[in-house]
Design a protein around this ligand. Structure first.
Ligand code: SAM
Length: 269
């Protein structure tokens, strides 16, 4: 009997109907699937049964022993590649795989936001379908004007169609987490960085600068955007550009649309 390890964010999904709903929500094409944290392999099994080629990354070596035994024939036939390691260490370059893929996972909550940001930036990752803490899902899917609109939502919605598909109560897991969960889907429509058309930024440096800009913009979410940005940009320039964009000097960070954030960044960079 395997005991769930808190330090690895292990809350195993036991509700069959939730597992099926996740599989049904996957894109209907032949791209391989990356699963982060296969755990005891329940979702992995469903992915394999649906005929997908799967690469699974599991940090817990004890679970890896179980998974190797459970999926001996799928590993031998190469339908499943099991990487026993911290997935963040495997993301050393831009991409996790050397071919395009869809990410499907019941993510460990302690590192979920970090993993989603990595996947959003990974040009080989075409879509993300993940179980996360409901608050995190709402943050990524929030819209301008919402109280919890954030830099994360601006990043995600700049390149993907983002939606919260359904909530999942804690009773669907063993052990049950303290929070409600939700399944979040992001289907990419373009990339952050691409040398040809369609990319939003010309290079990685510009993209990193945009991330820093958003961090500053939302530093104190209840304060004005001017106040937040004047720590890193000259106040007179911030005021000038807000004026050029017909924005009030007292506008709050959550009130600007995604397009306005891109326009303001273009002026300030
Ligand atoms: N997929 C299983 C399920 O749905 O029941 C387990 C999900 S559990 C919430 C998260 C899984 O991610 C665990 O198996 C945990 O060991 C694994 N994990 C945690 N941190 C990880 C990391 N940095 N890299 C790879 N796997 C990780």
């Amino acid at each position: 009997m395997i005991k769930a390890k808190k330090k690895f964010g292990q809350n195993f999904l036991i509700d069959e109907s939730v597992k099926s709903k996740i599989i049904q929500a996957m894109p209907n094409d032949s791209l391989p699937v990356v699963e982060i944290g296969p755990g005891l392999g329940d979702l992995t099994q469903k992915l394999l049964q649906s005929g997908k080629l799967v690469s699974a990354f599991e940090i817990d070596l004890e679970l890896c022993v179980v998974l190797k035994r459970k999926f001996e024939s799928e590993i031998a036939s190469k339908q499943l590649t099991l990487v026993c390691s911290d997935v963040l260490e495997q993301w050393r370059g831009d991409s996790l795989l050397d071919q395009e893929y869809h990410l499907v996972a019941n993510l460990p909550y302690y590192v979920a936001t970090n993993i989603i940001l990595k996947a959003l930036s990974d040009p080989k990752c075409r879509s993300i379908l993940v179980m996360v803490q409901k608050e995190v899902a709402k943050k990524f899917a929030s819209q301008a004007g919402d109280k919890n609109f954030s830099g994360l939502a601006i990043l995600a919605n700049s390149i993907a169609n983002v939606e919260v598909l359904f909530d999942v109560g804690s009773e669907a897991f063993d052990p049950p987490p303290k929070v409600t969960s939700a399944v979040l889907r992001m289907v990419k429509t373009r990339e952050f960085v691409q040398n040809q058309r369609d990319g939003i930024f010309l290079d990685q440096d510009e993209f990193e600068e945009f991330k820093r800009f958003l961090k500053e913009a939302f530093k104190a979410p209840r304060k004005t955007l001017t106040k937040n940005l004047q720590n890193s940009y000259e106040k007179s320039l911030v005021l000038k550009f807000l004026d050029e964009l017909d924005l009030s000097f007292s506008v709050r960070p959550h009130q600007l649309s995604i397009d306005l954030y891109h326009l303001l960044f273009d002026k300030l960079k």
